[in-house]
Design a protein around this ligand. Structure first.
Ligand code: UGA
Length: 433
C-alpha cells in the first residue's frame, strides 16, 4: 500500500516513520521545503528520542521518503494521512487554515478514489468539512471518504507510544475504509492493541475527551497540593494513596506548576470554545484552565514571599524551561510563564535546560544562559527547579550550597526529599509538601 503523510511535525513524522517500519511504502510531505531538505539530509527538524535512527534505517531501506511535492504525493498515493498543525486562535477556537489548505490541494489533485485519514486534532465535524472542501475543488466524481484516526502520542515518548499504544481509534463511515485502516495497523492488532471502531464524530471527540480528562487529573492534584499547603498535609503520600485506587490510577497525579505544551492547554480551550458554540457550558474544562493559570501565580507568590515581598536584584537559577522533560518544546511551558513572572517582579534569571535553551532565548531575552545546573546556581540567591529533567534529580546539593549566594531551593516538581535538601543547608520549598 502506498501512503502519503501530509505534515512532518511530531505527529506526521512519527506516524510516517512508524508505518514505514511496518513495511508500508511511505512518502512524508510538507510545504516547508527547509524541513524536507533537512530530513533528506538525514537531520530531524525536532528532537525526539529514538526517532533519528528509525528514520535513517527506514529511509535507507527505501520505504520512507521525504518530499515537498504535496500535489504529486496526493496523486501517487491511495491513502492520504493529514497531520498538519491546528494551532489555537486568540479566542481559543481552532485555526483550521492548514487543514483547509490541504483539503483544497487534495481536491485539486484527486485523480482516483482515495481514503483520507485525518490525524490532526480537530473540532468535531471537521472530517465532514474536509470532505466538502475536497468535493468543492475536485472536478471529478471520485468517491472520497474522510476517516478520523486521532493520535495519542506524547512528545518525548512518541516512538514508544507509536509502537505500544493503549488503543487505536478508527472513526469511519464505511466498512471499506475500516478494512483499509485495519490493514495498515495490522501489526499492532496482532500485538493485541485494543481497537475502537466507531463513527467519525465520536473519534474526533475521543481525542478531546482524553486530553481534557488528563488535564483535569493534573488540575485536580494541583488543587489538592494547594490544600495540602494550607493544612500541612503531604501531596506525595496523598497522590500515592489516590493512585493505588484502581478506579483512579497512578498516572498524571504529579503536582507541580501545571500542564503546558502544544496540546493540553489548546485542546481544553478548544473544547470549551466548541461547546460554547453549541450553547453548552463545559464547566469542568473552564475550571481546569483556571486552576492551571493560578498554579503559576501560586508558585510565583511562594518565591516572592520567601524574599519578603521583593525580588529586586535577586538572581534566580532556573532549572528546566521546556514544558516537560525530554523535549526542546517550550510552547505554553509553565517554566517560561513562571520565569516571565519572576522577571516582571525585578528578578534576574540564569537558566539552564538540557535541550530547550535555544528555544527559550527568544522568549526570555534578558535571562542569562548557563552551561549546566551548577553554572546557573553560581552566585544565585535561589534555585527554582521548574522542569523535572532526570539530570536534575541527583544534583550535588552540598556543592550547590557552596556556590550559591543564597540558600533557597524551590522544588516545583517535588523531586527531592525535603530532609535531604535541608541536610545540605538549603531552605526547601515545594508544592503541597
Ligand atoms: C499529551 C497527551 O499525553 C498525549 O496523549 C497526546 O497525544 C498529546 O498531548 C497530543 O494531544 O498531541 P504531551 O503534550 O506531549 O502529550 O505531554 P504530556 O506528557 O501529556 O504532558 C503534558 C503536561 O502535563 C506537561 O506540561 C507535564 O509536565 C504536565 N503533567 C503531566 C503534570 O503536571 N503532572 C502530571 O502528573 C503529568
Amino acid at each position: 500500500m502506498n501512503i502519503a503523510i501530509i505534515g512532518t511535525g511530531y505527529v506526521g513524522l512519527v506516524t510516517g516513520t512508524g508505518l514505514s517500519s511496518f513495511g508500508l511504502n511511505i512518502t512524508c510531505v510538507d510545504i516547508d521545503k527547509k524541513k524536507i531538505d533537512l530530513l533528506n539530509g538525514g537531520k530531524l527538524p525536532i528532537y525526539e528520542p529514538q526517532l533519528e535512527d528509525l528514520v535513517e534505517n527506514n529511509a535507507k531501506e527505501g520505504r520512507l521518503r521525504f518530499s515537498s511535492d504535496v500535489a504529486g504525493a496526493i496523486r501517487k498515493n491511495d491513502v492520504i494521512f493529514i497531520a498538519v498543525g491546528t494551532p489555537p486562535k486568540e479566542d481559543g477556537s481552532t485555526n483550521l487554515a492548514s487543514i483547509e489548505n490541504v483539503a483544497r490541494t487534495i481536491g485539486e489533485n484527486l485523480n482516483a478514489e482515495k481514503l483520507i485519514v485525518n490525524k490532526s486534532t480537530v473540532p468535531v465535524g471537521t472530517a465532514d468539512y474536509i470532505k466538502k472542501i475536497i468535493e468543492r475543488y475536485s472536478d471529478k466524481n471520485y468517491t472520497v471518504e474522510v476517516a478520523s484516526n486521532p493520535e495519542f502520542l506524547r512528545e518525548g515518548a512518541a516512538v514508544r507510544d507509536f509502537f505500544h499504544p493503549d488503543r487505536i481509534v478508527l472513526g469511519t463511515e464505511s466498512e471499506h475504509a475500516l478494512s483499509i485502516l485495519m490493514d495498515i495497523y495490522r501489526p499492532l492488532y496482532l500485538l493485541e492493541t485494543p481497537f475502537i471502531k466507531t463513527d467519525v464524530h465520536t473519534a474526533e471527540l475521543i481525542k478531546y475527551a482524553a486530553n481534557c480528562f488528563l488535564a483535569t487529573k493534573i488540575s485536580f492534584i494541583n488543587e489538592m497540593a494547594n490544600i495540602c499547603d494550607k493544612t500541612g498535609a503531604n501531596i506525595t503520600d496523598l497522590s500515592k494513596a489516590l493512585g493505588l485506587d484502581g478506579r483512579i490510577g497512578k498516572k498524571f497525579l504529579h503536582a507541580g506548576i501545571g500542564f503546558g505544551g502544544s496540546c493540553f492547554p489548546k485542546d481544553v480551550r478548544s473544547l470549551v470554545n466548541q461547546t460554547e458554540k453549541l450553547q453548552y457550558n463545559f464547566r469542568i474544562g473552564k475550571a481546569v484552565l483556571d486552576v492551571n493559570r493560578k498554579q503559576i501565580e501560586i508558585a510565583l507568590n511562594k518565591i516572592v514571599a520567601a524574599f519578603d515581598g521583593s525580588l529586586n536584584d535577586k538572581t534566580i537559577a532556573l532549572l528546566g524551561v521546556s514544558f516537560k522533560p525530554e523535549t526542546d518544546d517550550i510552547r505554553e511551558s509553565p517554566a517560561i510563564y513562571l520565569a516571565k513572572g519572576l522577571l516582571e517582579n525585578g528578578a534576574k534569571i540564569k537558566m539552564y535546560d538540557p535541550k530547550a535553551l535555544e528555544n527559550a532565548k527568544a522568549e526570555l531575552s534578558s535571562a542569562k544562559l548557563s552551561e549546566d545546573a551548577y553554572d546557573a546556581a553560581k552566585d544565585a540567591d535561589a534555585i527554582v527547579l521548574a522542569t523535572e529533567w532526570n539530570q536534575f534529580r541527583h544534583l550535588d546539593l552540598s556543592r550547590l550550597k557552596t556556590i550559591m549566594r543564597g540558600k533557597l531551593f524551590f522544588d516545583f516538581r517535588n523531586v527531592y526529599p525535603k530532609n535531604k535538601v535541608a541536610e545540605a543547608g538549603l531552605k526547601y520549598f515545594a508544592i503541597g509538601r
